[in-house]
Design a protein around this ligand. Structure first.
Ligand SMILES: [Zn+2]
Ligand SMILES: [Zn+2]
Length: 171
């Protein structure tokens, strides 16, 4: 009996997380299609940068990729479980979230943070990533940690079905 109610609770939580978004909640970001446009020196007349009404940016030839903003994701998590929470998967010796770094030589370093997201009875692992300019990071800044946490929450929520492409394209 208890097992059944836990399953029902999981389904109820998943249904709230996976519900469709209103059109007004969906934002768009441009994804460039052409190398010349990416480098801002495109010679194709039809590719000249102009203000796009969908993503609101002045860009050349591109596709508009739908996404859900962090604040909207948080609202959805709150709706599913007002006491949702996250924890770092790994902690350092000071019990702080442990950030892992991967260097790409000249181009910089990528920082990553793995988290466990708890929403009602659901638990998922996910990672947040950010580029850091320094190739030899020492103490992570508060800004970096915040960026990683935000990215990790949005990504892990998407694994629970918040803002998946099918949800966005079905509209
Ligand atoms: Zn172009
Ligand atoms: Zn656009």
């Amino acid at each position: 009996m208890e097992e059944l109610s836990r399953l029902e609770e999981s389904r109820r939580t998943a249904d709230i997380l996976q519900a469709k978004f209103d059109l007004s909640e969906i934002k768009y970001k441009p994804k460039m299609k052409c190398k010349g446009c990416m480098e801002w020196n495109c010679q194709v007349p039809e590719h000249q940068p102009s203000l796009c009404s969908k993503c609101g940016q002045i860009v050349g030839s591109h596709r508009d990729i739908p996404y859900i903003e962090y604040e909207t994701v948080i609202c959805r998590l709150n709706a599913a479980d007002p006491v949702w929470w996250w924890e770092p998967l790994v902690k350092d010796e000071h019990a702080h979230p442990k950030i892992s770094y991967q260097s790409f030589g000249e181009t910089g370093t990528s920082a990553g943070l793995w988290i466990k997201l708890h929403v009602g009875p659901l638990v998922k692992l996910g990672v947040g990533e950010a580029l850091v300019p320094s190739t030899n990071p020492t103490e992570p800044s508060d800004d970096l940690l915040e960026e990683l946490v935000r990215d990790a929450i949005v990504y892990t929520a998407s694994l629970m079905g918040v803002g998946t492409i099918s949800q966005l394209e079905a509209i």
